[in-house]
Design a binder for this molecule. Structure first.
Ligand code: GLN
Length: 486
């Protein structure tokens, strides 16, 4: 197996034993990028020279005996996270030429841990989308089948991890943007509990829903990366002060006896793709074999989650995106007057989906409609959360498909926003409730497309999620499957 297809924890061992150096990993990763990036378009910015410079520095720190949890491991960063002095575009024309004067907290933390930043990955503009087709830099393609989308909005990060164009990646998840692309590309993606990871330097889409999460080749890497990015940050008042467990410990216990898992009946409908239904059946059997009991549960307000999300998220987006007016950031299109300049900049700078969200959001927040839409949505959000609270009295974890279908074809849903929105129907409720969930590969379709399963846990039970995900992974050995270099 090529180095670029290996997980970080294995590479760390090889570095520690002196078998390889951080430069060897970079050689392997950049060779793969050379081979596949022209087709996949996972990256908006590639930082090759900078990466080799960082590698030298890390090597010296390792030689001095510094303990670096991610020492010498390449990482790709979704281009919605601020990186000091490195262009940060959100895949939007409106931010072209924006070089943040600071690093996001997660970026600062991975750097401190010795990771090597090798590039900024493609996404749907401002993270609005489920296919990475809404990017001003062209779509990313799925490494398992280049006719298909990698999912979104963190599609570039997912494709890069799956294809061996990086070892680790960071994504952001507002309604499923870490988990759904992870599922479509056959990797692991975690949406942490709201507040576990600092959002400082994450360019805001919908602030009450956004979380940054690890996207990795396996569960152990997910634990490794979460350990580095989680924890209180004075710069984000919504970040939580909690004692972090040792997440890697979670990957050592594989007996699930006594654990109760629920499958919500509302998530298993006729509209599930047969291959997804089959993977769900198999996964249920695997968990039972591991000692867990699996039973049916109900989350009665499930059908309201998506419409609720599509009021709250655009409402917050319309207000967050008001700052892009040609004055402070990126693009400025000249106009005859100040008002004209605002208008021209926003007309030329934003893509269609972003404009659609701004219009919906402005509408639901406007006088006369606020109570009918926005306020009502906030109330329904409480009901969705209450469903989970009730369910967690009965079971410890909830098992669902990550998305109703495997990766779809490029162009298949882009003309029909509602159809596109539906691919997040199983991930959105988790963000509304503020709890945590992980997507791992659960199997393959007949066309050899990966199919993700989602495990949902109580607030701040990432340790438990990693534990059952790791048990599943060890039993099935599915996470080792890669599109290239097998
Ligand atoms: N697809 C959903 C949306 O477009 C979720 C995106 C996300 O999680 N950033 O809003």
């Amino acid at each position: 197996m090529e180095l670029c297809d290996m997980p970080a924890w294995k590479l760390k061992e090889l570095i520690r034993k002196g078998d390889i150096s951080p430069e060897d990993i970079l050689d392997s990763v950049f060779e793969r990028i050379e081979e596949v990036e022209r087709d996949l378009n996972s990256y908006i910015t590639i930082l090759k020279e900078e990466a080799y410079n960082q590698a030298k520095e890390i090597k010296a720190r390792l030689q001095k005996g510094e303990d670096l949890p991610l020492g010498g491991i390449p990482i790709a960063i979704k281009d919605i996270l601020c990186t000091k002095g490195i262009e940060t575009t959100c895949a939007s024309k409106i931010l072209k030429g924006f070089y943040p004067p600071y690093d996001a907290t997660v970026v600062e933390r991975v750097k401190r841990a010795g990771a090597i930043i090798i590039g900024k990955t493609n996404l749907d503009e401002f993270a609005m989308g489920s296919s990475t087709e809404n990017s001003a830099f062209g779509p990313t393609r799925n490494p398992w089948d280049r006719e298909r989308v990698p999912g979104g909005s963190s599609g570039g990060s997912a494709a890069a991890v799956a294809a061996g164009e990086t070892i680790l990646a960071l994504g952001s998840d507002t309604g499923g943007s870490v988990r759904q692309p992870a599922a479509f590309c056959g990797i692991v993606g975690l949406k942490p509990t709201y507040g576990l990871v600092s959002r400082y330097g994450l360019i805001a889409y919908a602030s009450s829903l956004d979380q940054i999460g690890p996207m990795t080749k396996d569960v152990r890497d997910c634990a490794l990366l979460l350990q580095v990015i989680a924890g209180k940050d004075e710069k984000d008042s919504t970040s939580l002060k909690v004692d972090l467990p040792n997440y890697l410990e979670a990957c050592r216990h594989h007996d699930l006896s006594g654990i109760k898992i629920g499958i919500p009946r509302e998530y298993i409908s006729e509209s599930l793709d047969p291959s997804v239904a089959e993977v769900m059946e198999n996964s249920k059997r695997v968990f039972e074999k591991l000692g867990a009991t699996v039973k049916e549960i109900s989350l009665p307000h499930t059908e309201y989650a998506l419409p609720t999300y599509y009021i709250i998220a655009p409402a917050e987006a319309s207000s967050n995106l008001a700052r892009y007016d040609g004055v402070q950031y990126g693009l400025r299109v000249k106009g005859k007057s100040l008002r004209d300049m605002y208008l021209e900049t926003r007309t030329k700078g934003f893509g269609d989906e972003v404009k659609r969200r701004i219009m919906i959001g402005t509408y639901v927040l406007s006088a006369g409609y606020y109570d009918a839409f926005y306020l009502k949505a906030l109330k329904v959000r409480r009901l969705v959360k209450a469903d989970f609270d009730e369910a967690f009295k009965e079971v410890d974890y909830i098992l669902t498909p990550t998305s109703p279908t495997p990766a779809f074809k490029l162009g298949e849903k882009i003309e029909d926003p509602i159809l596109m929105y539906l691919s997040d129907v199983f991930t959105v409720p988790v963000n509304l409730a503020g709890i945590c969930a992980i997507s791992i590969n659960g199997g393959f379709s007949k066309e050899n497309l990966p199919i993700g399963i989602q495990l949902i846990g109580r607030a701040l039970d990432e340790f438990g999620l990693l534990k059952i995900a790791s048990a599943f992974e060890t039993e099935t050995e599915l996470q080792g499957c890669r599109p290239f270099g097998r």
